[in-house]
Design a protein around this ligand. Structure first.
Ligand code: SAM
Ligand code: SF4
Ligand code: SF4
Length: 355
């Protein structure tokens, strides 16, 4: 049901609209990236609490009513959710969003790419931190590079365009590979986005010294390709600042002139002022910020038998009270150390909350 015409979508306390919803569809993952899921012991969300497909459909519709135009499915690893393609088909068929996208580690794309395309998924973002097999194995806890590369090819073969590759850049781990990753993306027509290592809950090993900042990334790319990247296009509410390599850019025998890439400077230069994101975990906890310690239990509400109007009132009210600016507050910390994530509440961890 649509909201009444006099009910304009709410703005939050900092006059930010609710523009996008990131829905985690499972907290399970087949990798163990150290910056996201440190260790092996997890308190997994109980199966009975996981949103059914019908509940997910109802909840996403509610956020569409409140103004969200983009839906991103994430996790954990979203392709570990049984019949993920069927869920995508249901969400796309409902037609409530201008775009339905998915962030995946790519391992399941060999199997699922065609089904996801047929289900109507608009776009994919695939996470990959290195092109060196041993590094991928160390960073993700599994020798997974070959399967991810197969997944990337399977996505292209299935007809996905506009695919993005997200790379978390860590000093001393993969910060010497940025130009290699750009050349890899250029070959496949995939836009690469470099993400600063964030001290999100779950990143227990995070230290300021491990962060490669946007300025350092741009300098390193410039040195490797022989010309300085230049800013490109408008930013809007998108977290990634975009850059273009001017003519003369070369790397590994390849002409990279005109290549566009993104940098998400969430640690050194947070974009909270324009943040229009809402996050819902696989068990229906709603978080207004990646760093929020408290969420709103929408699962309880949805299972209590309330009407759509009553259900909608909760997020509408929550969003209009939102003042969150977690990453900006982290930046103000004097002696900044890892945030939290000692396993006390599984909802705090990045793999539960969805990146
Ligand atoms: N499993 C899927 C994947 O890896 O693409 C989706 C969920 S994952 C939590 C979403 C994104 O969060 C990934 O691109 C991952 O690299 C990013 N991420 C996780 N921990 C991070 C951290 N500490 N700093 C920056 N990005 C992080
Ligand atoms: Fe890595 Fe994504 Fe799994 Fe986290 S959820 S461990 S980032 S693959
Ligand atoms: Fe948005 Fe919170 Fe991230 Fe800032 S820290 S950009 S408010 S999710």
């Amino acid at each position: 049901m649509k909201p009444h015409s006099h009910d304009l979508p709410p703005l939050d306390q900092r006059r930010r609209p609710l523009g996008s919803l990131r829905l985690s569809i499972t907290d399970r993952c087949n990798l163990r990236c150290g910056y996201c899921m440190p260790g092996e012991d997890y308190q997994w969300l109980p199966a009975r609490d996981i949103l059914s497909f019908e509940e997910a459909l109802r909840l996403t519709g509610l956020f569409a009513d409140l103004g969200a135009t983009r839906l991103r499915l994430t996790g954990g690893e979203p392709l570990l959710r049984k019949n993920a393609d069927k869920l995508v088909a249901m969400l796309c068929a409902a037609g409530r969003f201008e775009e339905v996208a998915m962030t995946t580690n790519g391992l399941g794309l060999g199997r699922y790419a065609v089904a996801l395309k047929e289900a109507g998924l608009d776009r994919l973002t695939i996470s990959l931190d290195s092109l060196v097999p041993e590094r991928v194995a160390r960073l993700s806890g599994r020798d997974s590079l070959a399967q991810v590369l197969e997944g990337i090819d399977a996505a292209a073969a299935a007809g996905f365009t506009g695919t993005k590759l997200d790379t978390v850049v860590m000093a001393g781990e993969n910060d010497d590979e940025l130009a290699d990753l750009l050349a890899f993306g250029a070959e496949r027509d995939i836009e690469v986005r470099f993400i600063e290592y964030m001290d999100v809950p779950g990143a227990l090993e995070w230290k300021p010294a491990l962060v490669t900042t946007r300025a350092e990334m741009l300098a390193s790319i410039g040195a490797a390709v022989g010309v300085r990247p230049e800013p490109f296009g408008e930013r809007g509410s998108a977290p990634a600042g975009r850059y273009r390599l001017p003519s003369g850019a070369r790397h590994g025998g390849r002409d990279l002139s005109g290549l566009v890439f993104g940098v998400i400077a969430s640690t050194s230069s947070p974009f909270c002022a324009a943040c229009d994101r809402s996050r819902v975990t696989a068990d229906g906890m709603w978080y207004l910020c990646l760093y929020a310690k408290l969420g709103v239990n929408l699962l309880e509400l949805i299972r209590s038998g309330v009407s759509d109007d009553e259900l909608r009132a909760r997020p509408a009210g929550g969003w209009s009270e939102r003042a969150d600016r977690g990453a900006e507050l982290r930046l103000e910390e004097v002696d900044r150390q890892a945030f939290v994530g000692d396993g006390a509440d599984p909802h705090l961890e990045m793999h539960t909350r969805g990146g």
